[in-house]
Design a binder for this molecule. Structure first.
Ligand code: UDP
Length: 458
């Protein structure tokens, strides 16, 4: 079928939640669809729209009701979500109409599962709907069991480990924090549950994972949860050097100085550098930052650490000066560019799902200091199931101390266990590449999705 004809028949509108860790995988999915000859438009909020620029993907604006500053302008998380639901529903519906009037009708709305109201917009517009989960399939399965009342909440700390089909048994400290202590996160827990309520009414439910990585849990959920695995949503050029062009997600909410850190990395020996980032949401306490800082300083390992501008005040006095020889602190970086650099030997991470998938897909061994949300569960899988990293243990106050960090860094970068971890990391890198390559498990699922959309009128 001619490209023009394909694009006319198959126009996908992709709705993102305006956080870096949500925009990246949805935008990457948009690019994959474009590479299959599909027309794709991203619907982004006023606050994020200027940061998005991906080849072949059109970008349109909708409103979350906070056009100047996005969620930072909102008085609370509840107020933001409610505003996005009401204003977002209206403006998204208007966008679907506008595209139709322009002669480019939308055939399917793919929306971030954090925005479940988008399903109604799709239904009212008479188009297909697909919910896109940005967390692991294992974490979604845990939430699904909690939502269906198959797990007691809050999970008692003293109780037996939680047992869920297809998953290893999980201690309370290994569960998503929204379930381990639901009283602390009522808003987020209700968002999580809302996205599961009408799951069955979607035409597709996509998960940013792949068959080889999480096939066991999705098999155990057969008939309960109709998930399609289409990941990892990591730009292809990092997984397969023969692919040119796809070297970034195409969105960055913060600016980076690539030249500075790439030059710094160039001067380091292969696999000698520790790269540290705790993601885009800055959830690390000042006490934890201080322990990380001194742990790094004392480890003797060269390090590149992303500390967002607002977090600089959490660094101990005199730290910046004391590390000039050995470390570099940047406000933001292109994380994939850094992880793919041969000088990087270990990734100290919070185990956000995108960072976890990126480390795994690029074959970089990891040390984790999980903070909240799904991060403790991701840590469990990284260490005990996939064997590509370790979780640093915290004390009674929930802080990982500098000695423990140094121990973990040594273990991953120097000791025998590190060699096993590196071997596993290389294996997973290969499997991730296969999944997204032509004919691979995830690639086939995307082809099936596109095929179904193309067949609608033909
Ligand atoms: N990231 C980046 N530069 C940085 C830090 C993070 O590009 O300096 C990207 C990273 O590649 C990932 C996303 O931001 O795709 C963070 O998502 P994740 O799920 O790991 O964590 P979150 O920020 O949602 O906690």
């Amino acid at each position: 079928m001619e490209k023009k004809e394909r694009e006319k028949r198959c126009h996908v509108l992709v709705l993102t939640y305006p956080l870096q860790g949500h925009i990246n995988p949805l935008l990457q999915f948009a690019k994959r669809l474009v590479s299959k000859g599909v027309k794709v438009t991203i619907a982004a909020t006023h606050f994020t729209v200027r940061s998005i620029c991906a080849q072949g993907v059109e970008v349109e604006t909708i409103s979350d009701g906070f056009d100047e500053g996005g969620f930072m302008q909102a008085p609370s998380a509840e107020a933001y979500l409610e505003s996005f639901r009401t204003v977002g529903s209206r403006t998204l519906g208007e966008l679907v109409l506008k595209l139709q009037e322009r002669g480019s009708p939308v055939s399917c709305l793919v929306y971030d599962s954090f925005l479940p109201w988008a399903l109604n917009v799709a239904r009212e517009s008479g188009i297909y709907a697909a919910s896109f989960f940005t967390q692991s399939a294992s974490v979604c399965s845990i939430y699904w069991h909690a939502h269906r009342g198959l797990m007691a909440l809050p999970v008692p700390t003293e109780a037996m480990p939680v047992s869920i089909p297809g998953l290893p048994s999980l201690e309370s400290s290994e569960l998503p924090s929204f379930l381990a202590s639901p009283e602390s996160y009522p808003t987020y827990l209700s968002v999580i549950f809302d996205q599961l309520t009408d799951l069955d009414k979607n035409d597709w439910v996509f998960s940013n994972t792949f068959e080889e990585l999480e096939g066991k849990v999705t098999k155990a959920m057969t008939g309960l949860w109709p998930v399609t695995m289409i990941g990892p949503m990591v730009p292809s050029a990092y997984l397969d050097k023969r692919i040119k062009g796809d070297t970034g997600y195409g969105a960055s909410l913060w600016k980076q100085n690539s030249e500075e850190y790439m030059k710094w990395l160039e001067r380091r020996a292969p696999s000698s550098v520790l790269y540290i980032s705790f993601g885009s949401l800055a959830k690390v306490t000042a006490e934890q930052m201080e322990e990380v800082a001194w742990g790094l300083g004392e480890s003797g390992q060269p390090f590149l650490w992303v500390v967002k501008e607002l977090e600089h005040e959490k660094l101990p006095d005199g730290f910046m000066k004391s590390i000039q020889e050995i470390g570099l602190i940047v406000n933001w970086c292109d994380q994939l560019e850094v992880l793919a650099h041969q000088a990087v030997g270990c990734f100290l991470t919070h185990y956000g799902w995108n960072s976890t998938l990126e480390g795994l897909s690029l074959g970089v061994p990891m040390v984790g200091v999980p903070q909240w949300s799904d991060q403790p569960t991701n840590a469990k899988f990284v260490e005990d199931v996939w064997g590509v990293g370790v979780r640093a243990k915290c004390d009674d106050k929930g802080i990982v101390r500098r000695e423990e960090l140094k121990r973990c860094i040594k273990e991953v970068m120097e000791r025998e266990r590190g060699k096993v971890i590196k071997g596993n990391a290389i294996k997973w890198k290969e499997l991730a590449k296969e999944a997204i390559s032509e004919g691979g498990s995830s690639d086939k699922k995307i082809d099936e999705f596109v095929g179904r959309l193309l067949n609608v009128k033909g």
